[in-house]
Each structure stands twice: as C-alpha cells, then as structure tokens.
Design a protein. Structure first.
Length: 135
C-alpha cells in the first residue's frame, strides 16, 4: 500500500511516498512569481500624476500559476492509496479543495489536512512516517 505525505507552501512541495518500507522523496517547485506592485506618484510634487496598481491582474496571474502548481503535484501522486497534506498558511487547504473539486479519485484518499510550520527535509519525512504509524 502506497502512502504519500505532502508538505507544501507557495514556493515548493515536498512529496514523501512510503511503499512497503521503501521511502521516496521528491521536490516540486511552484514557479509562482512574487509580485511587488509599486504605486504612488512619479513626482515629488503634491497632487502629481498617480500610478495605477491593478491588483486584480496580479492576483489572476497568481491564481493561474497556483492552478498549474497543483496540477503538477497531483500528477506526481496519482498512484497513491493514502494521502496526507501538511503546510503553513492556507496553501495546503487550497490544495485540498482543488483535489475535492477536480480530482475526485485523489480526494477520497485524503486522510488529513494539517497545519505544519516550515520544516527541513528530514522533519517532513519523520512527520509523514509518524502520521501513518499513528493512523
């Protein structure tokens, strides 16, 4: 039985798979751009021309990049029997929702979605091992 654990944030995903005591590890990079929109006036004079910052354009681009990132992760885990998702912030929860919406066969294999701070590779491996031993 293949058990898979994923720790992910917006930068990268660590995928740990355990199959009959054999452990494999992969890293998937997200390629999501970090946007630093600059607004304000281009002059030091009061009431000068203002730059318009279009947040919606940046947010839409990030949304599309997240969609592609999640699709790449899903393609790496499509042969698993059990899945647990870890991560800081809300990226792990977004990934869980995407699986429920677009990948029904994978969403039925989710055993848990949990919060976890930034971790080293060895900490992620230990976390996945411990999760499946206790469940």
């Amino acid at each position: 039985m293949k058990q898979t654990g994923i720790w992910l944030d917006k930068e990268k995903a660590y995928i740990v798979s355990i199959d009959n005591e054999n452990e494999t590890f992969e890293t998937v990079l997200s390629n999501i751009e970090h946007f630093n929109a600059h607004g304000g006036s281009g002059t030091k004079l009061k009431g000068g021309p203002q730059d318009v910052v279009q947040d919606s354009k940046y947010l839409e681009r990030e949304k599309q990049q997240l969609k592609q990132y999640f699709k790449t992760i899903a393609s790496h885990i499509n042969d698993t029997n059990a899945l647990v998702i870890f991560g800081p912030a809300d990226t792990n929860e977004k990934f869980g929702k995407v699986l429920h919406k677009n990948y029904k066969s994978l969403s039925t294999k989710i055993k848990g979605i949990e919060k976890a701070d930034s971790m080293s590779v060895n900490q992620v491996k230990a976390l996945v091992r411990d999760f499946f031993k206790s469940n």
